[in-house]
Design a protein around this ligand. Structure first.
Ligand code: AMP
Length: 299
């Protein structure tokens, strides 16, 4: 089944201690959509400006991403720039220029309104809600976010959390949202806000899922060299939902395997700048890492 992805479609300028790369293809929707495309057909909702390079549109198309819902508007593409410290877990946003996102109202093409698997990737929660309102009968809705929205759009974000099946956030966001250091207590509090499934991302240490059948502690794929982790969280959730949409049977039965597919997909994202590595792999490469992860956790 196909996956509908809404989120940011961006140009990213990324600085690490070793290199600097301007105006790469980025944005939460780009990372998530390309990750999901290895497993299921993807429809992407977003907006770019007329400065958006044609070769990036070609990259989406190479991954068979349906661009009917991508607006190309007058103005500049959303531009984000960030800088990593030597410890790549620490990142600083240098600038965020909203450009065409400033006036973006996503109108879903009729063909998109029947989508069953919905990924609300990181973007203003009001936009996530605007998309969700247009979906007729979703089967599984998963949302991601970032600290910015906890700081400036908490009421809207709480509405998103209440309406989704699964909510994904990282450990520092979970702490900020719940005021709890302890992950189990934080998970309990987030469940009380609505979602049946909560997934807390812990970067290179993997993730933890809490759902109706208890906890699942998932590893990240161990990497010797991380070049640029930008978009790893988006790739994780994209790979996860893309895989889930490709499976038969209940969500409950397939979600753990889906998380491992998300972990494996995200590992490739970290191995080069932006989407450089991810756009060179195949589903077989991801499946190979899934098999390696399976061996690493069996006991
Ligand atoms: P991650 O590394 O998973 O946190 O995601 C990084 C991606 O988030 C980059 O590709 C950015 O373009 C995108 N991003 C950064 N700030 C924002 C924002 N305020 N809204 C939406 N997307 C953003």
């Amino acid at each position: 089944m196909s996956v509908l992805v809404v989120g940011s479609t961006a140009l990213d300028s990324i600085k690490t201690p070793k290199a600097e790369n301007p105006r790469l293809l980025g944005g939460s929707a780009s990372h998530a959509a390309i990750a999901a495309s290895f497993f299921s057909p993807v429809k992407m909702i977003g907006i770019v400006g007329q400065d958006f390079p044609k070769r990036y549109l070609a990259l989406y198309r190479k991954h068979n991403i349906d661009l009917t819902g991508l607006q190309i508007a007058e103005g500049k593409t959303f531009h984000w720039s960030g800088e990593y410290e030597v410890n790549m877990n620490n990142r600083r946003t240098l600038s965020t220029e909203l450009g065409v996102f400033e006036t973006f109202t996503p109108h879903l093409p009729e063909s998109h309104k029947n989508s069953r698997f919905i990924l609300l990737a990181n973007i203003a929660p009001s936009l996530q809600l605007h998309v969700l309102d247009q979906i007729k009968k979703p089967k599984f809705v998963i949302a991601d976010t970032m600290d910015l929205w906890l700081n400036i759009a908490l009421p809207d974000l709480l509405t998103v959390i209440q309406r989704v099946d699964a909510f994904v956030l990282n450990d520092s966001e979970a702490k900020q949202l719940t005021d709890e250091d302890n992950v189990l207590k934080a998970l309990k509090k987030i469940h009380r806000l609505g979602p049946a499934y909560v997934i807390i991302k812990r970067g290179e240490h993997g993730s933890i899922l809490s759902g109706p059948s208890g906890l699942f502690v998932a590893p990240a794929f161990p990497l010797e060299r991380v070049v640029d982790p930008t978009g790893a969280g988006d790739s994780f959730v994209g790979g996860l939902l893309g895989y889930l949409a490709s499976t038969k049977g209940s969500i409950e039965k397939n979600l753990r395997r889906a998380i491992i597919h998300g972990s494996a997909t995200a590992s490739f994202c970290c191995e080069d700048f932006g989407l450089t590595r991810t756009t060179k792999i195949t589903a077989a490469d991801i499946n190979n890492r899934v098999a390696q992860l399976e061996k690493m956790v069996r006991f």
